[in-house]
Design a protein around this ligand. Structure first.
Ligand code: HEC
Ligand code: HEC
Length: 96
């Protein structure tokens, strides 16, 4: 069992937990985002270019949009994790 009895202990695991949550969204193709943002079409040229990757590179919202709502946590590379055979849970990664 992990110990979350203090904010310090929670914060020690924040990056691991954030990455797990992101990996879940990745596996689910960001379905929760798509529920509300049916067909995002941002005005900026850079954003339009980036959004093409949704179709061409199998990118999903959470690959690029991290740290929208929770306290900021270092960005993580979800494709790199998948490529390394890591499937989302810290146990499988051997991080704990
Ligand atoms: C319950 C509905 C809902 C869900 C779920 C949701 N959004 Fe949003 N999102 C909104 C609304 C409403 C706004 C603010 C209005 C706007 O800018 O369109 C917003 C704004 C945004 C913005 C622009 C504002 C900013 O902070 O940069 C981005 C980018 C965004 N959402 C991406 C996402 C992603 C990625 C997900 C999934 C992780 C997600 N949203 C999930 C409703 C939602
Ligand atoms: C390859 C990277 C990438 C992917 C994948 C991606 N976006 Fe974006 N998105 C951007 C960039 C870059 C911008 C423009 C800068 C910004 O607002 O962060 C943007 C802009 C947006 C905006 C407009 C924000 C504003 O302030 O006007 C919304 C809403 C949004 N994206 C939602 C989504 C949703 C929902 C998905 C998944 C269906 C998604 N994006 C997938 C990179 C991406």
């Amino acid at each position: 069992m992990n110990d979350y009895s203090t904010l310090e202990k929670f914060n020690e695991r924040r990056l691991i937990m954030a990455h797990d949550a992101r990996m879940n969204l990745k596996k689910w193709d960001s379905i929760t985002c798509r529920d509300c943002h049916k067909n995002p079409n941002p005005p900026g040229a850079d954003a339009q270019e980036a959004h093409k990757k949704l179709k061409t590179e199998g990118a999903t919202c959470i690959d690029c949009h991290q740290n929208l709502v929770h306290e900021e946590v270092a960005k993580t590379d979800l494709n790199a994790s998948l490529a390394a055979g890591q499937n989302g849970t810290a146990e499988r990664r051997g991080w704990r």
